[in-house]
Design a protein around this ligand. Structure first.
Ligand code: HXC
Length: 514
């Protein structure tokens, strides 16, 4: 065969492979408002940067007439590309080919690109659109998932792993994303569940829609499985792009620095922070008043909104913010907010991103619901995550820092490097009302006018403890600062901590309260 005819043969083979599941299946995919797998990859990576591998891989199924079927690329597209000029490894499951189900060779393609990402130390992006383990391939599909889960775990904390859910993802197709660092969902398109509506109907006799069971909003608001919620696939891809601009390629690097930029004038602390200590405010506006261009990229915005987490830059360098949100439940810590913050702290710590913590909370949420939901176990996660984190930790106490909340929110005792307090800070074991009721109970009850005595005792307690100066007198707080100095002091502290080293006792690993 001449070079020309060989080239023609290659072209023909490529054309066949690029057909995916065929026109009918592609039309169905488009009718559902979804892009095809290859279109998705091309829309995420830089123009002309995608290099596909394993296009000619064939499936290994032999049973149930599978040997008579061709499944182009075995239902997954994989390769390398760049985003903003930086390399990434990427795969996208092709729902038009056997529902993107995961057979043995499909899994092999994914694990190959995962191994590449791990070896080259570049981020991994997985686009999931799959009915889960390919039923016809039996244990070989399960084996494939097992290999993927193992590699997700091995790569955890080494390279950033990003999962994009762009279809009905069932069974094993949701556990790999759950092991990765960030999960992106799109309204009306993403569905995640372990057992689908069919199984639920068969086993439990209940009718439920895929949307109700595990739609994008369910995972962005209720389960917390999703970190970013978008209204379209394009919006989702621009969120991925933005996230990658804030984080490093791997755990041996720092995030790429940007030019310093001042916060926008529209965000001024004196306008945002209320005079009345009982009045709520949006902590995100305080963050915006502190960071470059007032650009705060919030993570898990819709889940457990009583705590706010996300990335921003101060003097060009990426920092991770963790902040109580007085607008929601007065910013208390509870089961979900503890989980949310703990995972974010561990991500930042693994990827050399300094942590800035803003504190304003009355403590952990009381009540039987929280106690029975395991607030002890979940609440302990945030203590563990902060104590374990060895990146620079800077804490600013704005207003309330009561009880366990004071300790948990990156206190000096969990080894924050710098702890600052605004003059409005109130650092105490509990709020003055509760404290006075407990420690002066006998005196109040015995008084002729108990309410008057109670008020007096509340005031007494407030004057004694509900300020930053007792903590400052013991060195638990390094400095009481003017709110307007906060950005400057954080920037200075980040600079001072640039070569921070922490020595720890030798161990294989700790045992966090998972
Ligand atoms: C083989 C599958 C498949 C699967 C879908 N297909 N899922 N083939 N194995 N797991 C095929 C369908 O037969 C169909 O083929 C095509 O993909 C499109 O599927 P539809 O059902 O027509 O699409 P839709 O109506 O959109 O429904 C999508 C779906 C549904 C919700 C994902 O297909 C479904 O419920 N599939 C099974 C999901 C599931 O239970 N997976 C768990 C597997 S066990 P044709 O030829 O007709 O076009 C598992 C265990 C791992 O994953 C556990 C790890 C911890």
């Amino acid at each position: 065969m001449s070079i020309r005819s060989k080239s023609n043969d290659l072209k023909k083979r490529m054309n066949n492979a690029l057909q995916g599941g065929g026109q009918k299946a592609i039309a169905k995919q488009i009718a559902m408002g979804k892009m095809t797998a290859r279109e998705r990859i091309l829309a995420i990576v830089d123009d002309e940067s995608f290099h596909e591998y394993d296009l000619f891989v064939e499936h290994a199924g032999k049973d149930f007439d599978m040997d008579k079927k061709t499944l182009p690329g075995d239902g997954v597209i994989s390769g390398t590309g760049t985003i903003n000029g930086y390399p990434v490894c990427i795969f996208a499951q092709d729902f038009t080919v056997a529902g993107g189900s995961l057979g043995y060779m499909h899994a092999k393609k994914i694990t190959k690109i995962m191994n590449h990402a791990l070896k080259m130390k570049v981020p991994l992006i997985g686009i999931n659109d799959s009915g889960g383990a390919r039923i016809q391939e039996g244990v070989n599909s399960l084996a494939g998932y097992g290999e993927i889960f193992y590699l997700n775990t091995l790569a955890s904390g080494v390279i950033p792993q990003i999962s994009v859910i762009l279809g009905p993802c069932a069974g094993g197709a949701v556990y790999s994303p759950a092991l990765t660092d960030f999960v992106f969902v799109v309204d009306n398109i993403s569905k995640m569940f372990i057992t689908g509506p069919e199984v639920i109907k068969t086993v439990l006799g209940e009718e439920i829609s895929m949307e109700e069971l595990g739609g994008a909003r369910v995972h962005a608001e209720i389960t917390g499985n999703a970190h970013f919620f978008a209204h379209s696939e394009y919006e989702c891809f621009s969120q991925i792009n933005k996230l990658l601009s804030f984080i490093p390629w791997n755990n041996s690097k720092k995030a790429e620095p940007f030019e310093t930029a001042s916060p926008k004038r529209a965000y001024s602390i004196s306008n945002i922070f209320p005079q009345d200590p009982k009045e709520p405010y949006d902590i995100r506006d305080i963050i915006r008043s502190l960071v470059d261009s007032s650009d705060f990229f919030e993570v898990q915005e819709l889940f457990a909104p009583n705590i706010v987490i996300g990335f921003a830059r101060i003097e060009g360098e990426t920092v991770g913010f963790v902040a109580n949100q007085p607008l929601v439940l007065a910013g208390v810590l509870d089961v979900d907010s503890s989980d949310k913050a703990a995972r974010f702290i561990r991500f930042c710590d693994a990827f050399n991103i300094p942590l800035v913590t803003l504190v304003d909370l009355p403590g952990y949420l009381p009540g039987i619901d929280q106690e029975h939901a395991g607030v002890i176990r979940h609440g302990a996660k945030i203590l563990y995550a902060y104590s374990e984190a060895s990146v620079a930790k800077i804490t600013v106490i704005l207003r309330k820092a009561y009880g366990g909340g004071y300790i948990a929110m990156s206190s000096r005792h969990l080894r924050a490097d710098f702890v600052f307090a605004w003059p409005t800070a109130e650092i105490a074991v509990m709020g003055p009302e509760g404290a006075a009721n407990i420690i002066f109970r006998a005196e109040i009850n015995a008084a002729e006018n108990p309410e008057e005595v109670r008020q007096k005792k509340v005031l007494e307690y407030k004057e004694k403890f509900a300020n930053p100066y007792v903590a400052a007198a013991f060195g638990h707080v390094d400095a009481v600062i003017k709110p307007t100095e906060t950005r400057k002091i954080i920037a200075h502290s980040l600079n001072v901590a640039i070569n921070k080293v922490v020595n720890r006792p030798n161990k294989k690993h700790g045992i966090p309260p998972f």
